[in-house]
Design a protein around this ligand. Structure first.
Ligand SMILES: NC(=O)c1ccc[n+]([C@@H]2O[C@H](COP(=O)([O-])OP(=O)(O)OC[C@H]3O[C@@H](n4cnc5c(N)ncnc54)[C@H](OP(=O)(O)O)[C@@H]3O)[C@@H](O)[C@H]2O)c1
Length: 285
């Protein structure tokens, strides 16, 4: 299988793999099995993405995986976690990062994200997280669900530019203005809900395109994200789907086929989180 490409980050020693595992709502044994299915992929190419609620479980799976073999070390993994918006506050930031590390059973995470501007005190919180980075607990700091205006305002405060903005992004919601802005500022775009949660599979023009090209809709969704220069983190608790989703590394589409995927845009939002991008800066700063 072709290797997963990585993208350089403006912060930290490691580039970020462009394909990772989303673990939102992956619980218990499902979470364990999906982490174990994802972690052995080409070395230094793994991104295990965790969500706040199952940090403990993901940490247990990483620990078990590292104990069971010797070829992959902690440094070969790229682990991402985040601060929930209801935990904002500069004074709390370092303690919250330490809490995450304890649950993950790790000494550091490769990327830490501020989940959303929704919880206000954004600048203070961001500065608190930079303090955690200065202490070596975080290798790179990024944000999530930040819109263009919010990024402009954050950068205007003179803070270090976030390494990543994780946003809802898929063929049906391409957010071109925001992604163009991020790329101009050297902020790597990470696409969450890259499959639009599968909500539109079997119901749109993508179905016919996938049939014509002899591939799956999930593969085309991931292909569009990767071809656009972003990071994709499809979630699945099914090891066969995790492996199947990696088939995106094997296909090549023509420029015409990619242009056809571009035409699927319809500003469809499948997450509630994306609404935070539109909150006025005066309410979040
Ligand atoms: N920052 C934020 O606010 C935010 C918000 C939402 C999500 N996220 C992150 O983004 C990650 C991905 O987003 P998401 O989980 O909401 O949506 P997603 O990755 O677009 O879709 C996941 C859904 O698609 C199914 N699926 C996976 N592979 C498939 C395939 N090959 N064919 C058909 N269905 C497939 C999964 O089911 P099975 O598990 O049953 O396979 C699951 O129901 C999350 O895990 C989370 O880490 C971040």
């Amino acid at each position: 299988m072709a290797a997963i490409r990585s993208l350089p980050l403006s912060q930290g020693p490691k580039p970020i793999p462009t394909f990772g595992l989303g673990t939102f709502r992956a619980e218990g044994n499902d979470c364990h099995e999906s982490c174990l299915a994802a972690l052995p992929r080409p070395m230094a190419d793994n991104l295990c993405r965790r969500e706040i609620e199952n940090e403990d479980q993901v940490g247990t799976s990483i620990e078990a995986f590292l104990a069971e073999q010797t070829e992959v070390t902690r440094d070969d993994l790229f682990i991402v976690t985040k601060l929930h918006w209801d935990s904002h506050g500069g004074d709390k930031a370092v303690a919250k990062v330490e809490e995450s590390l304890k649950k993950l059973k790790l000494a550091y995470v490769d990327l830490f994200l501020m989940h959303s501007p929704k919880g206000n005190k954004v600048v203070e919180t961001y500065k608190g997280l930079l303090e955690a980075k200065a202490r070596g607990l975080i290798r790179a700091l990024g944000v999530s669900n930040f819109g263009k205006e919010q990024l402009i305002e954050l950068l205007a405060t003179g803070v270090e530019v976030p390494a990543v903005n994780q946003i809802e992004l898929h063929v049906w919601n391409q957010q071109r203005d925001l992604t163009y802005f991020c790329q101009q500022k050297n902020i790597v775009v990470m696409a969450f809900c890259p499959l639009a949660r599968g909500d539109k599979f079997g119901k749109t023009r993508l179905t016919a395109i996938a049939e014509r090209l002899g591939t799956s809709e999930a593969t085309l969704c991931n292909y569009w994200v990767l071809k656009s220069g972003f990071v994709t983190i499809p979630k699945s608790v099914k090891p066969s789907r995790i492996t199947g989703n990696l088939e995106v590394l094997e296909i090549r589409l023509s420029a015409n086929d990619v242009a056809e995927l571009d035409t699927l845009e319809e500003a469809f939002e499948c997450s509630l989180a994306v609404a935070a991008q539109r909150i006025p800066w005066s309410e979040v700063a």
